[in-house]
Write a protein that binds this ligand. Structure first.
Ligand code: ZN
Ligand code: ZN
Length: 159
């Protein structure tokens, strides 16, 4: 947890855009800063964490604050198939999300470069991209192959 305020992520952008650092905004920034890499909390999860820093904050305020932070490019979100939005602090380096269809785990990869693809359409100015990869995480792959193994053995035993 950043102890002094100048290290608070997004604070500079907030002030540059003439927004005050209210206790509510601070608590949401802290909640996001406390999020570990690869964790992508929902608004409710951010709310629960923000409440620890600012007990009077309400869920509606958290939604409004996240909306503001997205407009200021402090935060980015992604909406998954279940319709639930996850949030994270925007980082300098673009990264992409690998989403497990089985357990919902979201992991990250930043080793992909889409720049060459974009040069195919000169004259079109790209301001944002949405790229998500769906599949199965390592754990689920392992579990699935174990299940398949077991089923094979069962079938063999029945024969
Ligand atoms: Zn999984
Ligand atoms: Zn991410």
């Amino acid at each position: 947890m950043p102890s002094d305020q100048s290290k608070l992520p997004g604070l500079k952008r907030l002030i540059e855009n003439k927004y005050r650092l209210t206790p509510q905004r601070k608590s949401v920034l802290l909640a996001l800063a406390n999020t570990r890499r690869n964790e992508h909390p929902s608004a409710e999860e951010i709310y629960l964490n923000a409440k620890e820093h600012c007990p009077q904050i309400g869920l509606a305020t958290v939604y409004r604050t996240l909306e503001l932070f997205m407009n200021l490019s402090i935060v980015q979100n992604m909406v998954l198939d279940d319709g639930c939005a996850r949030y994270e602090l925007k980082r300098d380096r673009t990264h992409y999300h690998l989403i497990c269809l089985s357990c919902g785990k979201i992991s990250e990869t930043d080793g992909i470069n889409f720049e060459p693809l974009l040069s195919v359409s000169p004259g079109f100015k790209v301001t944002s991209t949405v790229v998500q990869f769906f599949g199965y995480c390592e754990k689920c792959c392992e579990r699935n192959s174990k299940l398949l193994e077991e089923r094979k053995e069962e079938n063999n035993a029945q024969r």
